[in-house]
Design a protein around this ligand. Structure first.
Ligand code: MN
Length: 202
C-alpha cells in the first residue's frame, strides 16, 4: 500500500540558487523527503498487516514514528510549494494575507522578526510555521508555531500558510553552521502568491 507519494518539485533543482543550492535541494527532496514518505508507508503497512493477523504491536512506538514521518512528509510537501525562484513576481507580499499579518503582528517587519527569531531558536531540528487557527477568536487568527522535529508542539487544528525547515540538512552544505544567514536569504525565495492562496482557502 502506497498511501503517501513523493511529489515532484514545482521547479528545477537549481531554481532556488543561490539561496538554496541545487545540491542541497536535490538531497533534501530525493533523499530526506523520500525517506519520510517510505517510512510512513512502511509503518502503515505494518499496522495494516498486524490488523489483518490480529497481532497486537507496540502502538505507542509505531504511532510516534508514524507521526514523525507523516509530519515530515506533509511539511516538506508544503515547504516546496511555499518557495519559488527569486524575482519571479511571487516574491512580494500583498493582498489579504498582508492585511491579516499587519493586523495580527502590527507590521510585516514585526512578523518577519518574530518568524526569523522562531526559526533561529529551534533547538536542534525543527520548523518555523505561520499558521491560521480557525478556533482562535471569532474570525480566527494567525500565529507562529515552533515545531520540534516534524511533529512536536503542533496544535490540533491549524492551516499551515508558510513553513521553514531549519534542520541542518536544509542548509548545512550551503551555509555550514550559519543558520541565521540561511534564514535571512530564504526570505528571497518565499512564494507569497502561494501563501496568499493558502490564506484565501483556509
Ligand atoms: Mn527537511
Amino acid at each position: 500500500m502506497e498511501k503517501y507519494k513523493l511529489p515532484d518539485l514545482p521547479y528545477a533543482y537549481d531554481a532556488l540558487a543561490p539561496y538554496m543550492s541545487q545540491e542541497v535541494l536535490k538531497l533534501h527532496h530525493d533523499k530526506h523527503h523520500a525517506g519520510y514518505v517510505s517510512a510512513a508507508n512502511a509503518l502503515l503497512d505494518k499496522i495494516d498487516t498486524a490488523r489483518k493477523s490480529g497481532e497486537v504491536i507496540d502502538f505507542k512506538s509505531a504511532l510516534k514514528t508514524l507521526s514523525f514521518n507523516v509530519g515530515g512528509h506533509i511539511l516538506h510537501e508544503t515547504f516546496w510549494k511555499v518557495m519559488a525562484p527569486a524575482n519571479t513576481g511571487n516574491s512580494r507580499i500583498k493582498g489579504e494575507v498582508l492585511k491579516a499579518i499587519e493586523k495580527e503582528f502590527g507590521s510585516f517587519e514585526r512578523f518577519k522578526t518574530e518568524f526569523t527569531e522562531t526559526a533561529k531558536s529551534v533547538e536542534g531540528s525543527g520548523w518555523a510555521i505561520l499558521a491560521f487557527h480557525k478556533e482562535h477568536g471569532e474570525n480566527g487568527a494567525l500565529s507562529i508555531i515552533q515545531v520540534e522535529k516534524h511533529n512536536v508542539n503542533f496544535y490540533p487544528e491549524q492551516t499551515i500558510l508558510l513553513c521553514l525547515d531549519v534542520w541542518e540538512h536544509a542548509y548545512y552544505l550551503d551555509y555550514k553552521n550559519d543558520r541565521a544567514k540561511f534564514i535571512e536569504n530564504w526570505w528571497n525565495i518565499v512564494n507569497w502568491e502561494e501563501v496568499e492562496k493558502r490564506f484565501a482557502s483556509k
